[in-house]
Design a protein around this ligand. Structure first.
Ligand code: BTN
Length: 227
């Protein structure tokens, strides 16, 4: 069952690190690691993830028996996050940042050992954060700042229920739900080697972009958008 057993840390370095250790030691599918505070929270592309103590959902879920049917897991996880904060109009910035009014409220980092059949799905959601450090002030938000008065415990419960629905959902359903929340469609995007207008995702989850030289598709594992 998703979320059971659960290991909660008052403080840890990174719930993804703790979950990877547990997965390596044989912890079952659905094992959940949570924390009130992380001092070395990890983000995508080597970035860090910070949140004031007690203000965020900080969770990592061990998933086993993943196969090609789960190729859209990063997108499915973003849809589950959106459903936990639907009342404040979440959108997904490809591939799986969740934005409210153009500011990031949640991030997803999937790590693992596919060859050993497991992955760790790490999710951070800013819930009651009232203020961000200067470098994040213009680009981050929280559910409270966006007008959703809730608690981290409630968001975690809703998120786990959503993940239970979406992790094994058919790809067509994941794509449809993701596309209905696409934050970038029609927007100008830039990456290291080019720029253009985002034109949705193809059925593999790659971002389609119309450039001056014609259409291109960007793979989330290889390309980092500079926005
Ligand atoms: C990103 O947007 O760059 C991904 C951020 C993922 C942050 C979460 S917080 C819980 C889990 N533990 C980590 O160290 N990272 C993820």
């Amino acid at each position: 069952m998703i979320g059971t057993p659960r290991v909660h840390h008052r403080v840890t370095d990174s719930t993804n690190e703790r979950a990877k250790e547990l997965a390596d030691a044989g912890a079952p599918h659905g094992t959940l690691v949570t924390a009130d505070e992380q001092h070395a929270g990890r983000g995508r592309q080597g970035r860090t993830w910070t949140a004031p103590p007690g203000s965020a959902v900080l969770m990592s879920l061990i998933l086993r028996d993943l196969d090609e049917r789960h190729a859209l897991l990063p997108l499915a996880a973003a849809v589950a996050v959106c459903e936990a904060c639907e009342e404040v109009g979440p959108r997904v910035k490809w591939p799986n940042d969740v934005w409210i009014d153009g500011r990031k409220v949640a991030g997803i980092l999937i790590e693992g050992r596919p060859q050993e059949g497991w992955a760790v799905l790490g999710i951070g959601v800013n819930v009651t954060t009232e203020a961000f450090p200067p470098e994040l002030a213009e680009i981050a938000t929280s559910l409270r700042l966006a007008g959703q008065n809730t608690t981290a415990a409630t968001v975690l419960a809703d998120l786990l229920a959503g993940l239970g629905r979406w992790i094994d959902a058919p790809p067509d359903a994941v794509l449809e739900a993701w596309r209905s929340r696409d934050a970038l469609k029609g927007e100008r995007v830039r990456w290291a080697d080019g720029e253009g207008i985002a034109d949705g995702i193809d059925d593999s989850g790659a971002l389609r972009v119309q450039t001056d030289d014609g259409p291109v598709t960007l793979d989330a594992g290889e390309v980092h958008l500079l926005i």
